[in-house]
Unconditional design. Structure first.
Length: 359
């Protein structure tokens, strides 16, 4: 059996790590397309090296385009490869343009799509990710969901009456976290403890000057309370430069994006997390850290219900108020809600079962 993995963005490299191992272990041939959506060394190559990921068989080098142009060009190239390789299925991860392009190209060639991280919703159609994930879910044959909330979302939207199969597997990111945690390493020049870890890259924040200024103001003021470590995403760096904004580096330790092993170390040793990332919200929880989410919505609602995650939006007072309130708090995570590190194994069980049942 031959599967085609289609990916292109940082979180997808991390999500694919244990899936690739499991595909291999079960004797499924994996061919990989890297669309190039994330392309610079600190956003792509470092993950392939550090995590010893499977090398991509095809690299499309498609990036830095508008949503329509990027998705369209990716589809065109992916289609050619699918026609050549004729895989039995494709695997797509999450909610990026690479996810949607891969799913659309496959579905139109009648190649079953396996969507990992299906069913997540922010209920905010202004987010490009929300559009990508809803459309990808609709055209996928096997929807592998990471959380109970995701499963409920699909049921509410009527997916159970569609011609697709829905299976809860847990979160493949937790598999990676548990697998690579023993190898975590400190980045150079970082305090050993008592720091705030911050990441910022969502389009709704980086591309909105008002929101960006408010958040930056909050991060700088937080830095007066405790050192803030900010591995800065290239998109946010570019937007800051474009808007003529500069972070006060006497208050905030701005560093380049770090590799996964360094990120795991930062998560393990920080005091609290401030982020607008999807993946980092869950990782904070899995390390027992509280998370202030710099957004107005989250797909990981179970973390809010547990009092582990607080939606603080972009309002400076709100962010700082929550920071003062929760700086000393921690939580005991229940890793079973995300599958306890066996999501990839369950994914392969579901996949092999699906093909046994589908002629
Ligand atoms: N990450 C990393 N280095 C960094 C920032 C994030 O390795 O400098 C990892 C992080 O631990 C998580 C993933 O990248 O596993 C999250 O990616 P991102 O925040 O870009 O995307 P999202 O999860 O929001 O889709």
């Amino acid at each position: 059996m031959k599967g085609m993995t289609i990916l292109g963005a940082r979180p997808q490299f991390i999500k694919s790590a244990c899936m690739s191992l499991e595909l291999k272990r079960r004797g499924v041939q994996e061919v990989m397309i890297h669309t190039g959506q994330h392309f610079d060394a600190s956003m792509s190559q470092i993950f392939f090296e550090q995590m010893n990921l499977k090398r991509a068989d095809y690299f499309l080098d498609i990036h830095s385009l508008s949503h329509g142009a990027m998705t369209g060009r990716m589809m065109e190239e992916i289609e050619k490869i699918l026609l050549l390789e004729r895989p039995d299925f494709t695997v797509v991860y999450g909610d990026t343009n690479s996810t949607l392009a891969g799913a659309l190209a496959s579905c139109k060639l009648h190649i079953p799509v396996v969507h990992i991280e299906a069913g997540l919703r922010s209920f905010d159609m202004k987010m490009p990710e929300e559009i990508n994930r809803i459309l990808t879910d609709r055209i996928s044959s096997l929807l592998l969901v990471p959380s109970q909330a995701a499963q409920e979302n699909l049921a509410r939207e009527g997916f159970e009456s569609f011609d697709s199969q829905i299976t809860w597997i847990g979160d493949v990111m937790l598999d990676s976290l548990l697998h690579f945690r023993p190898f975590s390493t400190p980045p150079k020049g970082i305090p050993k403890e008592n720091f705030i870890l911050c990441t910022l890259h969502r389009q709704e924040n980086s591309d909105n000057k008002e929101r960006l200024m408010e958040i930056i103001g909050a991060i700088e003021e937080a830095g007066e309370l405790m050192p803030v470590v900010l591995p800065l995403h290239p998109r946010t760096r570019a937007r800051l430069e474009h808007e003529g904004l500069k972070l006060d580096e006497s208050k905030v330790l701005v560093i380049d994006p770090v590799g996964y092993l360094e990120m795991l170390w930062l998560l393990e040793h920080c005091k609290i997390v401030m982020t607008d990332s999807g993946g980092v919200q869950k990782e904070a929880y899995c390390f027992g850290k509280l998370c202030l989410t710099l957004r107005d919505s989250t797909e990981w609602v179970e973390l809010m219900a547990q009092g582990a995650n607080f939606l603080v939006g972009s309002n400076k007072e709100m962010i700082l108020g929550a920071l003062h309130q929760h700086l000393e708090d921690s939580i005991i995570p229940d890793l079973d809600i995300y599958g306890g590190g066996k999501a990839s194994q369950r994914a392969l069980d579901a996949l092999l079962n699906f093909f046994k049942e589908t002629p």
